[in-house]
Structure formats: C-alpha cells, structure tokens
Design a protein around this ligand. Structure first.
Ligand code: HEM
Length: 269
C-alpha cells in the first residue's frame, strides 16, 4: 500500500473508533438530560403552571421506582413517572412537575392520613455527585419539597434520616390538581439566598433527582418512588440532537471512507 493509502487507513480507523465509542458516552448522559428552555424576561409568568412559556419547554418523562428501604411495603409505590420541564431566565430557574394520582390527599390531621408530596434534590456543592439516597454529611443535598398539606418547603439532607427544614423558604411553589393529575411548579433565583443552598451556574449542568409520595397509598418519608440522578442542562455542553448529528456525520464519512479503501485495495489485488 502507498504512503497515502496508509495515512488514509489510519485516518479511517481513527474516525471509526471515534464514531463507535464517543456516542456511547454522549448518549449515556443525553438520555438523562433535562433540557432547560431559556426564556429571558419571563420572571413574572414562571410561577403559573398554565403559562405559555411551559408549552415551549421540552417534556422529559422520568421513570420513578420504589426507594430501597426496610420499612413495611416499601416496594409498593404507585407513581411510575413524572413529567418534568425546566425553564430559566437570567435570574431564576423554574421546574414544572406533573404526575397522575387518582386521589387528592391533602389531609394529615389523622395519624393514618398522609399527604401527596413531591421533592427535587440538588447537590449543595457542584463538584461531586452525592449518593442518590439524599447525599451524605460530607456531600449534602438541597431539597425543594412540596406536600399537599403544607405547601412548598426547603430542606437540607446529608443522608437518609437527616432531613432538616430551612427556617426561611426561598422557593416559590404553586400546585394544581386537575383531571387526576398534580402539577407543581417550583421557582427560585439562580443565586442562592443563604448558605447550604444550591447555586445554579449557567455554564455547566447541575445534577437533580426526584421523589414522589402517594398519600392514600400510605407513602411517607422513606416509603416513596424515586428517580435516578438526572442532569439539568444549564451548561452549553452536549445536549442531544446537534451533537449527535455531528457524530452521525463522522460515522457516515467513516463508513464511506472504509468502503472506498476496501474497494481500491480489492481492485489492486
Ligand atoms: C433512593 C434512595 C432513598 C432512600 C433510601 C431514602 C430514604 C429516606 C428515609 C429513610 C427518610 C425518612 C427519614 C428522613 O426524613 O430523613 C426519607 C425522607 C425524605 N426523603 Fe428520602 N430517600 C431516598 C431518596 C430520596 C430522593 C431522591 C429525594 C428527593 C428528590 C428524597 C427526599 C426525601 C424527603 C423530602 C424526605 C422527608 C419527607 C418527610 O418529611 O416526610 N429522598 N428518605
């Protein structure tokens, strides 16, 4: 084979390797991305679950399953999916979460009654992903918590059994129950107001995970359905289609080049 032929073959092999392995890493994260719609100037409309801004945001269907726990009936949870949308302005981040629930449970006055509830957790720090079970003392999570009896609250947790309520609440929360579905909207400033709360950078992604409780199914505290960690796509990194298109283009060029080299090699022999 000529020098040019060797160089071309090396190039082709490199392209094939890149095309074969890089998408696996990229789509590994892309599958867990929650895209964030940028809606400058919409700060005043974000708290409204019916605002037109939500129609522009991509809905991600996030599966949830029973959290591993030794409490009785922990594996009997009823919600299997939460629909999540995210929007940000230059000042605020807002999440809209919607899930089916045939019973509206907002009463907790009787010891055997539990409210429907939902939570989103974020790492307090931005360096290492905390454990999914509400972090650890070294790597705590900031939780946005809504329950049908008490409304929106903010918590700090450093592992199961350590949830603590913040005295002041810096999130705005609205909830509606319509057509057998709850829809909850949380909104907060990107910059935290006070210590031990998550900062939302706009140049990189932030981890987030979800938990949901169905009160009439006796779900409360450790008995709940939870997601895996997801990535709130605040940063400019690989976020699905444009990057995947580039990779598929590289893969296509590589396939054509391999075919061309093979045909010319066969012709020469
Ligand atoms: C997947 C593994 C998880 C396990 C084993 C677990 C376990 C527990 C346990 C034992 C409790 C009761 C003690 C306490 O209040 O700290 C609890 C409460 C709580 N967990 Fe988790 N958890 C998990 C994931 C999550 C996730 C992903 C979130 C949020 C997105 C979350 C949010 C909460 C909240 C808000 C409470 C307090 C609820 C209340 O006041 O009734 N947990 N969890």
């Amino acid at each position: 084979m000529s020098d040019g032929g060797v160089e071309l073959s090396v190039l082709v092999v490199c392209l094939v390797v890149v095309a074969a392995f890089v998408p696996a890493f990229v789509s590994g994260q892309a599958a867990y991305d929650v895209p964030v719609e940028y809606a400058p100037g919409e700060d005043d409309t974000l708290a409204d679950p019916g605002s037109a801004v939500w129609a522009r945001a991509t809905t991600v269907d996030i599966p949830v399953t029973s959290a591993p726990s030794t409490v009785p009936n922990a594996d009997n949870t009823s919600v299997t999916q939460i629909d999540v949308r995210a929007v940000r302005t230059d000042k605020r981040l807002s999440l809209r979460l919607s899930w089916p629930d045939e019973t509206r449970d907002a009463n907790s006055s009787d010891p055997r009654e539990f409210p429907d509830a939902l939570a989103v957790q974020f790492p307090v720090g931005n360096d290492t992903q905390p454990g999914i079970a509400m972090g650890s003392p070294q790597n705590p999570v900031n939780v946005w918590y809504w329950s049908a009896d008490r409304g929106g609250e903010e918590l700090l947790a450093g592992g199961a059994g350590s949830t603590t309520r913040f005295q002041t609440v810096t999130t705005e929360t609205t909830a509606t129950y319509k057509n057998d579905r709850w829809t909850v909207v949380f909104s907060r400033s990107l910059e935290p107001d006070g210590a031990n709360r998550t900062t939302f950078p706009t140049d990189r992604d932030t981890d987030l995970a979800f938990a949901v409780w169905d009160g009439s199914n006796e779900e409360r505290s450790g008995r709940k359905a939870v997601s895996e960690w997801y990535f709130l796509a605040l940063g400019p990194g690989p976020q699905g289609p444009p990057y995947e298109t580039l990779l598929w283009t590289i893969a296509g060029v590589a396939i054509v080049a391999v075919a061309a080299v093979t045909i010319s090699a066969v012709r020469r022999t």
